[in-house]
Design a protein around this ligand. Structure first.
Ligand SMILES: *Cc1c(COP(=O)(O)O)cnc(C)c1O
Length: 389
């Protein structure tokens, strides 16, 4: 039945994002039987395509769940009752990992910074000096509810020097910028199709290093025959091996379309348009007289721009006004950043510079509607300056 609520015109959320047309076409392919040799070969091909995108030697692991439970599965599988975990929290997702970790670890050390700042690699080195027993480190590369990027490579280098195992949540950065498991020495690298790859949500794409598999095999508490098990899916990529349960066939179809889109356009070109869109957006935000959430622009994400909510207005009112007047979907903060910022997503198909001007018009127009003085024209002009050079 049709909803009485009008559909959005343009979705500039922090994800999931409107999928590429190519993804939608792929999702309309036949739903094949998972035991049929055609599908088993297709599934193997998709895992190899994922590995090519991740630039890893081994086929990727695909879990048939959203990345949030995918990350929980990584925690459950990797963290043994003997492990001390170092949790790095520069935002809501980083903090959240610690709660999962608590179910499995022996002890946890946490480094938490204000949610408009990034983790300092020096703090990580200090933590290892004080606690040489740290075994597992968890890092969110792009903590989306803050729109900020952490220095994954620098942190990964330190973790590897201390023989630690690093989990990296790159759910909302992979595919939109230059980040891969080996770039940051990640032992478990987690992403998904519903953000920068511009496909439907519902799957987790993961790479697991040999060191991490060894640790999982040695973990007496690592789940099996469970939705939290990585072991169950370890060999599922191979057409010779059965699936532990039926994979999400239509979403695998869609992921295949998203990966074809990514390679046909060229990853570097995809990252470039994400970065340009974000840069144009940030220039426009500042020129309109608004404030970026990120403490320094160098840590502002190229896939999501967080804007501080001006004093005297409410985030929900702004989002509702942008939606009602322009049909444009923006995102609010989450948990600790809720009420403090508005997020403009630059992910997948909307990571195009023209959408920076759309976002500025919608956000500026909404604020104007709410009686705030914002110079929308100056914002658009500043964005155009960035786009046109
Ligand atoms: C979107 C996202 C996830 C996955 O969260 P879901 O609620 O499953 O969509 C995990 N980590 C980060 C950083 C994300 O942006």
């Amino acid at each position: 039945m049709a909803s009485k609520i009008k559909e959005p015109v343009i979705t500039l959320s922090a994800g999931p994002v409107a999928a590429y047309p190519r993804v939608l076409r792929a999702m309309s392919r036949p739903v094949q039987y998972d035991f049929d040799p055609w599908f088993q070969q297709f599934y193997e091909d998709v895992t190899l395509k994922c590995a090519k995108a991740l630039r890893t030697k081994d086929p990727a692991l695909i879990l048939q769940v959203e990345p949030a439970p995918g990350i929980e599965a990584a925690a459950a599988s990797l963290i043994s009752p003997n492990d001390t975990v170092l949790n790095l929290a520069s935002g809501v997702y980083g903090k959240g990992f610690g709660y999962w970790s608590a179910r499995y670890h022996k002890d946890m050390v946490e480094i938490e910074v204000p949610y408009n700042e990034a983790i300092d690699p020096g703090q990580v080195a200090d933590a290892f000096r004080k606690r040489p027993d740290i075994k597992v480190v968890s890092l969110v590369h792009h903590d989306t509810p803050s729109g900020t990027i952490n220095p994954a490579r620098e942190i990964g280098t330190i973790v590897r020097e201390h023989d630690g195992l690093l989990i990296v949540d790159a759910v909302s950065s992979f595919g939109g910028m230059d980040i891969h498991p080996d770039d940051c020495f990640a032992d478990i690298f987690i992403t998904g199709p519903g953000k920068c790859l511009g496909a439907a949500p519902g799957l987790t794409i993961m790479s697991v290093s040999d060191r991490a598999w060894k640790h999982i095999e040695a973990n007496p508490k690592a789940p099996f025959a469970s939705v939290l098990s990585l072991k169950d899916w370890k060999n599922a990529w191979s057409k010779e091996k059965p699936f532990p349960f039926t994979p999400s066939v239509a979403e695998i179809n869609g992921l295949d379309g998203a990966l074809d889109q990514y390679f046909d356009e060229g990853p570097e070109n995809v990252w470039r348009r994400h970065a340009l869109t974000a840069r144009a957006c940030r220039a426009g935000i500042k020129a309109m007289g608004l404030e970026l959430w990120a403490k320094t622009e160098s840590i502002a994400s190229p896939t999501c721009t967080a804007v501080r909510v001006p004093a005297g207005v409410n985030d929900e009112e702004i989002i509702a006004a942008a939606r009602a007047q322009f049909g444009v979907v923006l995102s609010s903060g989450r948990n600790d950043t809720k009420g403090k910022l508005i997020r403009i997503g630059h992910m997948g198909p909307v990571a195009e510079p023209i959408y920076a001007t759309v976002a500025l018009t919608a956000l500026g127009g909404a604020l104007r509607k709410l009686g705030r003085k914002v110079d929308v024209a100056a914002g658009i002009e500043a964005a155009l300056q960035v786009i046109q050079g």
